[in-house]
Design a protein. Structure first.
Length: 91
């Protein structure tokens, strides 16, 4: 039995590391993975899943779901940039 895979705090550390990477390279790419790792921490703390393939598959599915939710929530967010269609020097 691989007890190191069932530690919930390992998934918390992975989520924090991915959150820090997201701060260094913003774009909601690593934040989906961080959300997946955070949810995995909750799942591993409740259920004892020791199969590595099952853990990785569940992590991938949860990360994809987190990324889809982030895209839906921040879809209408504007970058704040204005589009200039008229030059100031034109009269």
């Amino acid at each position: 039995m691989a007890d190191y895979l069932t530690f919930w705090w390992v998934w918390i550390c992975i989520a924090l590391a991915l959150g820090v990477i997201e701060l260094l390279a913003p774009g909601f790419i690593f934040l989906g993975f961080a959300i997946g790792a955070l949810v995995m921490a909750g799942i591993v703390s409740l259920f004892s899943i020791t199969h590595v393939a099952a853990l990785l598959a569940l992590f991938a599915i949860l990360s994809l779901a987190g990324w889809i939710v982030l895209r839906a929530v921040f879809r209408n967010q504007s970058s704040g940039a204005r589009i200039i269609t008229r030059d100031v020097n034109e009269n």
